[in-house]
Design a protein around this ligand. Structure first.
Ligand SMILES: C[S@@+](CC[C@H](N)C(=O)[O-])C[C@H]1O[C@@H](n2cnc3c(N)ncnc32)[C@H](O)[C@@H]1O
Length: 220
């Protein structure tokens, strides 16, 4: 599913600096004590609890605001619309800001350079043409736009898991609507022409032979 989001904050934030943990320049405890000296225990407890209760209506109002984010959910299976719509609503998106479009990722029904972000979850395993899909992702992204992805990919060559994936691949394609177990999707993303690609790998124990997973962010 591909989403169009207005990530105005992300656009002006250095992409890969955000999650770095600093461990050198400052003594964190010293800075904490100097800039925010300890308050009385009862006061910290009182203030934390007041914030928790007092901010509820404020947060609810913000969540209900139309913040301009518009999301397009794209999938060839039109039966997914109701689930996608429910997920969008549960995430706090006003219903009018979500549009489901029945289409394939190889021909996204969006204009050139029209979206701030594309989110793809477990979809490059299933498209017919991975290169064409990534070209479409590049086409619809604005300059500097982000592609956020999580994809299951082929296991390392020579491993038992990779052998099993080869054996099970035809069956998987049949029962899981064209899903391939043996695609080197991370390589496709790395070579798609993004200006920055940050790919990480994870093994999910619940996914058995549908592993490992490549996830990350790329910038147009
Ligand atoms: C493993 S499911 C993942 C569904 C969903 N994105 C998620 O993360 O739960 C793969 C999805 O890819 C969709 N799909 C198959 N071929 C496609 C294509 N050519 N373009 C876009 N989506 C496709 C399927 O309909 C299915 O919804």
């Amino acid at each position: 599913m591909n989403l169009e989001l207005n990530f105005s904050v992300l656009e002006s934030t250095p992409l890969f600096g955000m999650i770095a943990i600093r461990n050198d320049l400052f003594d964190v405890q010293d800075m904490l004590n100097r800039l925010h000296p300890p308050r009385a225990d009862w006061y910290e407890e009182f203030y934390a609890s007041a914030l928790d209760k007092g901010m509820k209506s404020y947060e609810a109002e913000i969540a209900g605001c139309d913040n301009g984010v518009r999301v397009f959910g794209i999938d060839p299976n039109r039966k997914l619309e109701k689930y996608a719509r429910a997920a969008a609503t549960a995430a706090g998106l006003p219903p009018t800001n979500f549009k489901f479009i029945q289409a394939v990722a190889e021909a996204l029904p969006l204009s050139d350079a029209s979206v701030d972000a594309v989110v793809g979850t477990l979809v490059l395993c299933s498209v017919t043409d991975v290169d064409m899909t990534l070209k479409e992702v590049m086409r619809v992204l604005k300059p500097g736009g982000l592609y956020l992805f999580v994809e299951h990919v082929a296991a390392k060559d020579g491993t038992i898991l990779r052998f099993l994936q080869g054996v099970l691949d035809p069956l998987q394609q049949t029962v899981a609507d064209g899903c391939h177990l043996t695609r080197n999707t991370g390589k496709y993303i790395s070579e798609a022409g993004f200006s920055i690609v940050d790919i990480n790998m994870a093994f999910l124990s619940s996914a058995l032979f549908i592993n490992p997973h490549a996830y990350g962010i790329a910038r147009k």
